[in-house]
Structure formats: C-alpha cells, structure tokens
Write a protein that binds this ligand. Sequence first.
Ligand code: C2E
Ligand code: MG
Ligand code: MG
Ligand code: MG
Length: 279
Amino acid sequence: KAKEQGRNNCLLYSEKWEDGALERLTLQHELRQALLRGDFVLHYQPQYRLSSGALVGLEALIRWRHPERGLLPPGLFIPLAEESGLIVQLGDWVMQEACRQTQAWQQADLPTVPISVNLSMGQFQRQNLIERVEEILNKTGLDPAYLELEITESMTMDVVHATAYLQRLKAIGVAIIIDDFGTGYSSFNYLKNLPISKLKIDRSFVRDLSQDPNDAAIVAAIIAMAHNLNLEVIAEGVETSAQLDFLSLHRCDEIQGFLYNPPLPAERIPELLETGRPS
Ligand code: C2E
Ligand code: MG
Ligand code: MG
Ligand code: MG
C-alpha cells in the first residue's frame, strides 16, 4: 500500500515535455512563476531506527503542484533550476519551509525529530550559504540540532575549502550527511577528515541487495567502514523485508523507504510523530 502511494504521488507526464529548447524556456518561466505563486510543496519521508523501529527523522522532499500537470517530482525540475540558477531561491524556500514546519510541529507539542534538507551544488557553492542557514534558523526559531543538511560526495570534492566550509556549518550545530553514498569517488581516507555525521547508502545498492552479491558486499562494507569511522549509516530505498533483514544483520543504524512510508504530505506527519512508529 505504501508503495502504491509513493508512485501515485507523482502523476505521469508527457515525455515530449522534457525535450526541446522552447519547452525548457517555458519551464524556466513557469518555475519562476511557481516560486512567486507558492506552488511548491514539501513532502516528508520518515526515517526509522532499525533496532527499535522508532521514528528518528524526516527528509524534506520538494514537489511542484503544477496547475495543469499535477504533482511533479523533483527529478523533473531540479536539474533545470540548477542550470538556470533558480535553485538558490528554490533551495532557500525549501530550507525555510522545512524549518518553519518542524518548528510549528514542535510548537504544537509534538515530539520533535530532525529534518533533513537536500542541498544542491548551486547552493553549496554560494558564498553566503552559512549566513543564510543562520538567518533561517533565527527567523524560524528552530534549534540547529534539528536541522541536517544532505550533500553529495561530488559536492565535497568540487568545492574549494569544502572541509572548512562544513566545519563552519557544524559549528552552528547543523549536522551534515552524505547522500547517495557509494555513487561518487570519495575515498574513506578523504571522508575521515570531513565533519560529517552520517552516510546515506544510495538506493541503487539497496535495490538489488537480495539478488546481487556484489551489491550486498558493497552495502556490508559501507556499513562496517562507516562504523569504524564513528559515522552512522542510513539506507534509503528500502522496499522489502529481505532488504530490511540484510541491513539489520549488518547493523545498519537507520532506514528510509517505501517498506515503511513513502514521502508523505505534511498533514500526515503529526500522527506519526505522536506514535513514533510507522502507520
Ligand atoms: P534523494 O535525496 O536521494 O531522495 C530520495 C528519493 O528516493 C526520493 O525521491 C524518494 O521519494 C525516493 N524513495 C524513497 N524511498 C524509496 C523506495 O523505497 N523506493 C524507491 N524506488 N524510491 C524511494 P524524490 O522525492 O523524487 O527525489 C529525488 C531526488 O531529488 C532526491 O534524491 C534529491 O536528490 C532531489 N531533491 C528532492 N527534494 C529536493 C530539494 O528540496 N532540494 C534539492 N536540491 N534536491 C531535492
Ligand atoms: Mg536526500
Ligand atoms: Mg539519496
Ligand atoms: Mg538519490
């Protein structure tokens, strides 16, 4: 059931729309308008501790409520937002909204769990990202301990002084997570010097865990090495109990996936925070 919900969250779209310069221009224009009109919305995907099944976090994932095309997934517009530079404003909105919503749940006396926000390269490269994060935390009143930023391996490698940069974010009290881990080129030797707290194993390795011995070996190795570096590990894209069993056997710390919950609209979150368990 959860799986169906996840897929139905994003309506199908015409392939044709993706191609062509005119369509791209139209889309860029529409993106700008959508920002002004407030047509974006965040869905939240729960993260659970594997050993206890307790809800331990939420990942904010953006969707576009398009007036004609329905609810569009980020894969359809984030790349263009990056290309056109709009990602900076869009990313600002995401962080602001995620912090505002988390603070609102806390104000409503619901148990609070950290919110993970995905950063894009364009945001990470921006000189005043740290100031923006501080401003947003001040403005929304959210405790920095409840904000986690997800970056990718390539972002840490392509940005000059990434380590110093991340150090400053950490100093504010914000946690840094490496998303889609295993798909980039960073070595563990490089990672050990980064002020990060968690690795998120990419969905592509989790997907074929039960059929592909190589993927199983990679996942087991990532978990073991992360633990040796005192990092926590979360697996994304967990869909089956066979995957869950494997991750549990190898002591993965946290999981996120359709097996428990797809990304959910904000209205669905308070009940989950209340029970602290998958619905
Ligand atoms: P991600 O950060 O790796 O997010 C996880 C993606 O996996 C989400 O797709 C989520 O819906 C999907 N997913 C979760 N569990 C399962 C599962 O069990 N099976 C399968 N097949 N998929 C699962 P979504 O929401 O379409 O987001 C795709 C990507 O778009 C994200 O990947 C992230 O890189 C990017 N993105 C999403 N929101 C934002 C945002 O606010 N800012 C930026 N810069 N990027 C975003
Ligand atoms: Mg992510
Ligand atoms: Mg990911
Ligand atoms: Mg991903």
